[in-house]
Design a protein around this ligand. Sequence first.
Ligand code: ADP
Length: 839
Amino acid sequence: MTDPHASEEVTPSPGRGATPPTADHLFAMDPASLSPEGVAKLRDALRASQEALSRQDEQLRETRAALAETRERFADLYECAPIGFLSLDAAGGIVAANRQAAAMLGHTPETLPGQPFSRFVARADQPCLRALRDRAGRTGERQTAGIRLLRPDQTGRYVEIAATPAGRPTGPDTGRGLHIALSDLPPRRESEEALRLADGILETGPAFLLRFAVSGEEPGPVEYVSANIDRFGFSREKLISGALLPRELVHADDLPKVEAALRENAVAGNDACILDYRLRTGDGQTRYVTDHARLLRDAFGRVNAVQSLVLDVTDSALARQDLETVLDSAPIPIVKVRVTPHGDRILEYQNPAAARLFGEAALGKSCKAYLCKKETCPALSADSGVVRDRECAVTTLRGERVMYKTAHKLPDGSGIIEAMVDVTELMRTRQNLTRAMEAAEAANKAKSEFLATMSHEIRTPINGIMGMTELALQTDLTGEQREYLDLARQSALSLLDIVNDILDFSRIEAGRVELSAAPFSPRRMLGRCLRLFDTLAARHGNTLSLSVHPDVPETLIGDAGRLGQVVANLVSNGLKFTRNGDVRLCVEPDTQNEILCADPSDTPPGNRVSLLFSVIDTGIGIPAAKQDRIFEPFTQLDGSLTRGVGGTGLGLSICNNLVALMGGRLWLSSRPGKGSTFYFTTVCRKKSGAARQRPETTTARAPLPALSILLVEDNCINQLVGKRLLERRGHGVTAVDSGAAALALLAKRSFDCVLMDVEMPELNGLEALARLRDPACYGERADTPVVALTAHAVRGYREKMLAAGFDDYVSKPIDMRQLEAALRRALARPRRRGGGAGA
Ligand code: ADP
């Protein structure tokens, strides 16, 4: 088919003009109308055109081959690219995917088309995917984001998604398809930065950081470990390279516990937990750690990594172990009580000793009912938070017990630590002891009272015997009568010694002996003491001598009476056990003992002097084996011998105690048949310039003037003895037998002095004196000097009498020298209201 219009337009008539027809004109012309020249030209044109067509054909073939090759190359590139490519339709369905994309999504390229892409994106990242698609569709530009992919095998993958819109939207509301490229995300820069920071912080700290992957509940390789791990004895390289697995760090004994705890926390959905366990370091050491573990989870909530901050607590763990050992082995119950916000007190911990006491079941229970029965805990309310040695009744498995408790409030007030000691038996023993002590005290008091009474009761008749004997001895007698009376007097004196010894011993036993401290002349005191034994010495044919070293001070301060008592006892023993021999008393300063001896009065060493006394006899001696025994009370070595010389066996025991009280000691050396030497030391104070000696010198020797004396004595024998003894010394004596009679007489007349027996029936001496001292009744006579006369020889009695208002005190049996001295002192005492005594 031809086109006439076209030929008219483009085909010029060969006959009209000089322009030769082109090939196109020739092809458009009817070949029959062509001239031979035209035909030849047409033939040439056809040939040229055929050649051109062949060339074009060739080019086309080449182009097609190149195209096929290019497509193949791109298809390979697309298929084998390490990046996942996906094409999505406008609804988000997958149209095509390369192999990598299929692998990333856990599929094959064939199974993916038709599936929505969102199915493969973690639920948490769905909003991110939607936003990405919106942005791409809106802007028409490539958009990127990081999302987590999910795969059918439940594993996840963190990828970067780049989405480019495909084609044009078909309408304003219709979406566009997307071309998507997926590539695995490299580790984030900020994470690296953070890890570097963590490394720096942990460098010198007591903790390391470790992160390891978990797949299928099995701990995997280490993903990160802080650089300081080497300090804990582990190789970082080995951990990073996988040569050392995290579980291999844990002590074999603790591994099951740690893995079980991680599993439990993973299942329970916990994101963090704290684990205490031990590490076994490369060099074989054991370290105690507290692991603050974070459980990192994937989009399905499964733990895919564990990040541990492992804190080395070895020091505190060992200290805690030590404490636990102490608590476990402590024999006393120790508990910890927790205070709840409601104020209840719960037993939180008990050591084994406490568990034995309260039972294991007590743990976790309120301890108000048994441990502390108070509503308010004393330790909680105490300012110091500490209550010590509180005695409490506690309910235990063994019933009610008494505990000494020490309670400490914890600094934050959250609890109390209590330690206790069971003192039930102790309390019982204490109660029994107290009762026994009270009974003993009562018995002792009764004994003292008995002794005082006995002393009084015995002294009174002795007083009578001695007084009467004395009086009888002053009458005209035959030699025989005089001898008998003398013996009677000696016996009375011995009896008095025995009474004195027993009194002394019981006082020492009761610790009631107190030493006085007054100035005295040791030479004079010892001379006087020995003179008392002249008769005894003569009777046994012994010589008695005294030697005092010149260095012994002239005056000393101490208890001269007690010192004299010890000397008298030892001298008396020496004389008793020696016949026709010598007894010597030597006194010298004891420089050696001066420093060693304890001075009960705490006198400075420079102000005291230690004396060594030796009582040497040439008597029967004492066998070595028996020397220790003689200091025991009531011990006499040879009954047959001592029977002849008397004694109670108390003398040395009393001396020993008195010497100890005076800061010295008593010992002996003796050989049977050769004699004995008794040594003792004593500490006295040296007299300083100001100290005054007792004024007993000149006045003691001056005879008393004749006095008018009222003697008040209920015992008629003693009354007679006293009256006669005083009358023989020139005094005028009026005797009455009661306090009432004395007062009645004193109301009528005056006396120079009254000698008043203290122990009298009805109105006793103390009451009579109290009444007499009332000037309203007795005027000036109220000030009459009154000397107490008593058979009570108990120490302290004198002070008691002086305090009661007596002017002096004399014990019975009456020693006339003592009585005269007492009368002299009483008369010399200044009268209270200036009124003097006088008939
Ligand atoms: P007593 O008061 O009975 O003498 P002592 O306690 O003073 O008691 O003495 C106890 C005993 O020690 C005496 O009975 C005697 O056996 C012995 N004894 C004491 N002094 C001497 C001595 N100088 N020579 C021998 N024996 C002595």
